[in-house]
Design a protein around this ligand. Sequence first.
Ligand SMILES: Cc1cc2nc3c(=O)[nH]c(=O)nc-3n(C[C@H](O)[C@H](O)[C@H](O)COP(=O)(O)OP(=O)(O)OC[C@H]3O[C@@H](n4cnc5c(N)ncnc54)[C@H](O)[C@@H]3O)c2cc1C
Length: 370
Amino acid sequence: MTDFVVIGGGIAGVAAAAHLARHGSVTLLEMESSLAYHTTGRSAALFVLNYGGEGSRPLAVASRAFLESPPEGSVDAPLLTDRGALWLAEEFQLEQLRKIAAEGVASGAGSRLLDRDEMLSLVPRLRPERVGAGLYEPSARDIDVAALHQAFVRIARRHGAEIRLSSPVTGLSKLGQGWRVSTPHDDLECFAVVNATGAWGDRVAAMAGIGPIGLQPMRRTAFMVPGDRDFARWPMVVDVDHRFYFRPDGVQLLCSLAEETPSEPGDPRPDMEDVALAIDRINQATTLEIRSVSSQWTGLRTFAPDRELVIGEEPTAPGFFWLVGQGGIGIMTSPGYGALIASQVLGTSPPEDLVRAGVDPARTSPARFR
Ligand SMILES: Cc1cc2nc3c(=O)[nH]c(=O)nc-3n(C[C@H](O)[C@H](O)[C@H](O)COP(=O)(O)OP(=O)(O)OC[C@H]3O[C@@H](n4cnc5c(N)ncnc54)[C@H](O)[C@@H]3O)c2cc1C
């Protein structure tokens, strides 16, 4: 018997395991032979406050303290490095820019509007004739995703959590006050189950006879192109209508079409037409003249119907907890939702720092779909 079973070894699963392990025995089950193989290993790794659903944004605010000062011994180097984010608008996109600027004020992002000259001094390779105005969020940072994931793994293991790879959950059934969780190797009995299976969230719930949330995985492709050391201080540049983005990554540029293509759970491969379209749009907006790609990958950003996270106990199945719908913000909000899900599994009040950050558990509760 284990107290808690966490299903899924992406960032959500390990964040939950790290926060639960100090309160009881935890077994984390991951179907792949390595952790973070799916969406978590394929992100753009940015912390940016002016992004994501209104109800989920406070989780990023609540995560900042952990990301800035992770628990002793959990990391070998800082998790965050300065980056900045620049929302780019042509003349015809100024209304959308004003909307994002207003959302930025509401989320405390500290962003400010820039004129053409200020934008060109930040990113000299923008084409002046394509620049209308911009919105700059100086506090946006790069996250070392692998190190953050590993930090949660270290914390979980330090408190005795067991992590099992190549252990797909194939069955879930109610067992008195708790649950029986089946894998091809054996059955586990536990008091509570946390479903942190990303794109597979509804399918895993169905094993327990629980109706779907309506999760929709969306493909997004990213790719690297050769860059230049001079670009290193540029911010991330994002088209306000999400038609493309790019940011320095070492001596390369990480680029994306920022597309959202509905998809099935799985292991998607890049569509080179998406890569070509992104290159075309970036070349139109800049003088980068991108011609070659050094690597490319595709991940699934999985959304609930209202695009807010889904965190908490399933009303129709006591002891079954959802931790899904992280969409495009699942890395930067992970310390916050890890703490929130742990308090819900334990039946305690949300931690004070989450409340202070404005986290309202009702906004992310699965009860809103029932
Ligand atoms: C191109 C791109 C850019 C992004 N940029 C950012 C960004 O800048 N900032 C940010 O915060 N977020 C970003 N994201 C989003 C972020 O990556 C996701 O929100 C996050 O990784 C989701 O984590 P997860 O643990 O829910 O899912 P996953 O990492 O997919 O983990 C789910 C795990 O569950 C396992 N699993 C599934 N079914 C079973 C089963 N039956 N039994 C056992 N295990 C199972 C899977 O194998 C998988 O390991 C980006 C995503 C993409 C694709």
